[in-house]
Design a binder for this molecule. Structure first.
Ligand SMILES: Nc1ncnc2c1ncn2[C@@H]1O[C@H](COP(=O)(O)OP(=O)(O)O)[C@@H](O)[C@H]1O
Ligand SMILES: [Mg+2]
Length: 247
């Protein structure tokens, strides 16, 4: 028997013409995007464009009123966040989300609250620590005493604990100094190259976000206005003038 074509073609994640917003007002008015396995994709756009709203709509934190979201061959529109996590998407939220009183190790344990098997918990934490030597050195340090960059690394590490097929990051550079931002993006690139991590990131820091991505989308007033390879967007005169601070 022929296998049925999956509803999302070969894409890992598809948002198809989604509408979502707050109260009875739509912020997103027909946003579409996709992410393929092995890609780093960046959504850029000015403050207030609706970037975090896209993130929340995909992750079931905000009701999708119209349109569809597909992930890994099934429709996940308006699933609950925990179901989406189990399906293979994990997130690094925009606001800091670690527990400052707990150690690095304890924070990682918290990320595995869905897992019962003690040996598996140990294996996954060891694996994540092996990816981040800086965190491994600080495994018993109180997370709140680490630098902003190290805390962000911990958040990214925690997002990898459940072997996600996709990690979504809302402004990984938020609140970090330029040098630290670069270090975070370098790590995203390294994880993509070394372990094939697929990433959808949302960035107000448009130029750097695109420099570390394969493809990008520009979001403006809740609509996609430009899309293309990162290089195309970085070189597009309109995109440069309007979003990249270029001439
Ligand atoms: N909880 C909320 N209630 C009402 N309006 C909101 C809420 N969160 C965001 N908004 C509005 O939605 C729009 C898009 O916000 P957001 O998605 O956070 O933008 P971005 O992440 O691109 O800066 C903004 O006009 C913002 O004021
Ligand atoms: Mg935002």
């Amino acid at each position: 028997m022929m296998t049925q074509p999956s509803p999302n073609g070969d894409h890992l994640l598809v948002a198809d013409n989604i509408y979502a917003g707050y109260l009875d007002y739509d912020i997103l008015k027909g946003v579409s995007l996709h992410v393929d396995k092995g890609e780093v994709v960046c959504v850029i756009g000015p403050n207030g464009a609706g970037k975090s709203t896209v993130f929340k709509a995909i992750y079931g934190l905000l009701r999708v009123r119209k349109g569809h979201i597909f992930f890994d061959g099934q429709e996940i529109t308006n699933w609950r966040p925990q179901e989406i996590l189990r399906a293979g998407i994990s997130i690094v939220p925009q606001l800091h989300s670690i527990f400052p009183q707990m150690t690095v190790y304890e924070n990682l344990e918290m990320g595995l609250y869905l897992v019962r098997d003690k040996r598996r918990i140990q294996e996954r934490i060891d694996y994540v620590l092996s990816l981040f030597p800086r965190l491994a050195e600080r495994r018993n340090q109180q997370a709140g005493t680490m630098s902003g960059g190290e805390r962000r690394m911990l958040e990214i590490g925690r997002a990898l604990l459940l072997e996600p097929k996709l990690v979504m990051m809302d402004e990984p550079s938020a609140g970090l100094a330029p040098l630290i931002t670069r270090m975070i993006f370098e790590n995203v690139r390294r994880l993509n190259e070394e372990i094939g991590l697929t990433v959808l990131m949302i960035e107000q820091n448009a130029r750097q976000g695109l420099e570390y991505s394969h493809r990008g989308y520009v979001l403006e007033l809740g609509e996609n206005t430009y899309k293309g390879s990162a290089r195309e967007l970085l070189e597009d005169p309109e995109v440069r003038r309007a979003f990249l601070g270029g001439r």
